[in-house]
Structures are given as structure tokens and as C-alpha cells.
Ligand binder design. Structure first.
Ligand SMILES: [Zn+2]
Length: 236
């Protein structure tokens, strides 16, 4: 079996545990001691900036969107997340009517792109976590909810910056057509469990990788594609 470098990527920020640089560095030391590669899942648009030295000390940074702010009002993705993760059983997506609004969809899509761009340019993220996770993903056919032109802009941004696209087990995103477009455009990929606990089998991820024919050599190997060769070791 091929060697598969694993890392742990806790959320930043996270309540009273991951609030600032000091918390992140302490977590980094704790997790590195277990022999893991250590990253964070940086909550784009919400997380406070980290010092460049903290960012460099981490092995990688995932940037992910969990909400957008429209006219100063938070539009949360929580209910969509619970639905996509199967936590609502056989119930339909509770916010389907609200998010069926085309103008609202457009604004969520544009805000998402802006947050990812900010993550790439200002935060220096290495991976976009669950790239198409949003209430739009819970509406049904993702090829209808996510205009192809929008998909291409997101993929383009990642390819140009050599930022990897995460194949996410929990939310089962991105969908196959997106992954195929990304592969054809030369994108890099990574695997994210989003486990929030015990890690189960990655059957769905394996199926997504197989169905989109994503080549193994396009997946990150636990190092930053943008800063290959640069030492990220931190003396302790
Ligand atoms: Zn996330």
C-alpha cells in the first residue's frame, strides 16, 4: 500500500481552545508530539489573522467557508451541513425554500469566491476545504446550483495559486463534474475526513476519487506545494 501522509487539522478559531497564536502553537506542539502532520482549518472570513511565524510553523493550512456575511448579517451553513452529513435522517433540507432564491444564491456564490481569494492572498492557505459546501449544495443537483462558470473561476483560482482542492468525506463535496473539471484543468487535491471524532472508513472519498479518475500523484503529500523545499520544522 502506498504511504499516505496524514495530518490533523483542528478548527481555528474554536471556542475557548483555539483563540490566538499561543493556542495554535500549543496545539501544534501537542499534535506534533504524536507524530502527526499538523495543520488548521482556518475559518475564512471569521478567523483572526495569525502571525507569519505561526503560519510557517504549521505544516499546512486549510481554508474553509462555513458562513458568509451579507449586509452585515451572518448567513450560516450549519443546517445545510447537518443535512449533508445525514444528521437529519430522511427529512428534507429545512432551509430549501429560503435558499432557492436566485439572487441570494448569487450573493453566496460571489462571497464564497471572495473569501477563498482572501484566503489565498492574505492567509496563504494550502488547501480549500470542502470547496462547494454551502446551502446550495443541499438543494439537489449541484450542476444546477453551481453555475459552471462559477465552478471554473474557483478551480482557476486554486490552480493558479497551486492550492489544493479537498475531497471531503463528510459533506461529500465537491461533486463529480466539479472534480473532473478540476482534474482536467490540472488541479491539486487533498483528502479531508471532517471527522470531528473517530475516523471512519473513507469509502465515499475513495468512490469520489475513483469516479472522477483523480490521479494519485495530484494529491498532496503532507507538504506545501507552494513552498516546496522550505523548512517548516519548528524548534521546540
Ligand atoms: Zn469545515
Amino acid at each position: 500500500m502506498a504511504v499516505r501522509p496524514h495530518g490533523v487539522s483542528d478548527h481555528f478559531p474554536w471556542r475557548d481552545k483555539m483563540r490566538d497564536d499561543d493556542d495554535v502553537l500549543r496545539y501544534l506542539d501537542d499534535a506534533a508530539r504524536l507524530g502527526l502532520r499538523v495543520g488548521i482549518e482556518y475559518d475564512l472570513g471569521v478567523a483572526p489573522p495569525l502571525r507569519p511565524s505561526t503560519r510557517a510553523a504549521l505544516h499546512y493550512t486549510i481554508g474553509a467557508v462555513h458562513q458568509v456575511h451579507l449586509d452585515g448579517v451572518r448567513v450560516g451553513f450549519d443546517e445545510a451541513g447537518a443535512f449533508l452529513k445525514g444528521q437529519r435522517g430522511s427529512l428534507p433540507f429545512a432551509e430549501a425554500t429560503r435558499f432557492a432564491d436566485a439572487a441570494l444564491q448569487r450573493r453566496i456564490l460571489e462571497s464564497t469566491l471572495a473569501l477563498v481569494r482572501q484566503g489565498i492572498e492574505e492567509v496563504g492557505i494550502d488547501i480549500v476545504g470542502h470547496p462547494t459546501f454551502s446551502p446550495l449544495a443541499a438543494l439537489g443537483d449541484p450542476e444546477e446550483s453551481f453555475p459552471v462558470e462559477w465552478q471554473r473561476r474557483l478551480i482557476e483560482m486554486c490552480v493558479d495559486a497551486r492550492v489544493a482542492i479537498e475531497v471531503n468525506e463528510s459533506y461529500r463535496v465537491p461533486h463529480q463534474a466539479f472534480l473532473v473539471r478540476a482534474r482536467e484543468r490540472g488541479a491539486l487535491f487533498s483528502v479531508g475526513t471532517d471527522a470531528h471524532g473517530e475516523i471512519g472508513p473513507l469509502d465515499r472519498t475513495e468512490a469520489m476519487i475513483r469516479d472522477a479518475a483523480l490521479p494519485e500523484e495530484r494529491f498532496l503529500r503532507g507538504e506545501r506545494p507552494r513552498q516546496a523545499g522550505r523548512s517548516t520544522a519548528r524548534s521546540s
